[in-house]
Design a binder for this molecule. Sequence first.
Ligand SMILES: [Zn+2]
Length: 309
Amino acid sequence: MVTLTAVVAPLGRQIHKHLVKHARTPRWIPARACNLSACSSRLVLSQVHPMWQEPLAIPGGDRQSPIDIEVRKSVFNPHLRPLKVRYDPRTCQQIWNNGYSFLVEYDDTTDKSTVKGGPLEDQFRLCQFHFHWGENNAWGSEHSVDHRLYPAELHIVHWNADKYSLFEEAVMEDNGLAVIGVFLKVGKRHEGLQKLVDALPAVRHKESVVEFNKFDPACLLPENIDDYWTYPGSLTTPPLTEAVTWIMMKQHIEVSHDQLAVFRSLLFSSAEEQEQRSMVNNFRVQQALKGRTVQSSFSPFLREAPPKE
Ligand SMILES: [Zn+2]
């Protein structure tokens, strides 16, 4: 974990290098010094990945994600119930490198793998999970806690099967999606994750798909899933629709450096492309809170004692 400032500096250097390199070509150049969350984001992201070069569907929405979670400003809601996760590993189907991350996809034609409870009024069906990560351990997560970033972040994506009949429909609607977010820290090897890590070399290139079965994403949840933050937000990749109830776990999970190294060995590029680009820094820049409240299922005043340095 590091503070956001530690990330802004290297990104600023990247922007500078980028501008110098392309000074002669007509392209968007900031007219004044900018900060990470404002005008630099498009430039940095378009450099990281071509996905961000297209015009965005929701360029100026009021409930965009990801955000920084400020613990002191989050509001304890005692009515937030525990989350009820029930996944059937047999609904796991395949891993797909979509050129931005790898998606572990599930059969979502039935209610076999669902989440309900917590802040959710309806039952939501599991459709896929994926991660975001950095080129090193100093950054990579999309959300942060009191400006502290983690090396990676897991997103388990579900859609509202009580209200909608397809993921494609739910993704466009308010209350259409529920995403569980889990922070990853580098430490001891994660036994549950290893089966997935072992399968990843088969999807090294963009658009490659490999069959993958019997994986229960519940093994990637922290021990304590009762403590979480929740807020109304958006997808963090295009179309960026504001359909998501975010449920961010307070407790992180640990993975080993070697396991994360396998994530970083994947590629943004397809086998045919000459330039092979490492799949790293596949996160969106943080967005303004714009009057939203982050609620917590736990009282921030009953925090655990800080670890001894
Ligand atoms: Zn995500």
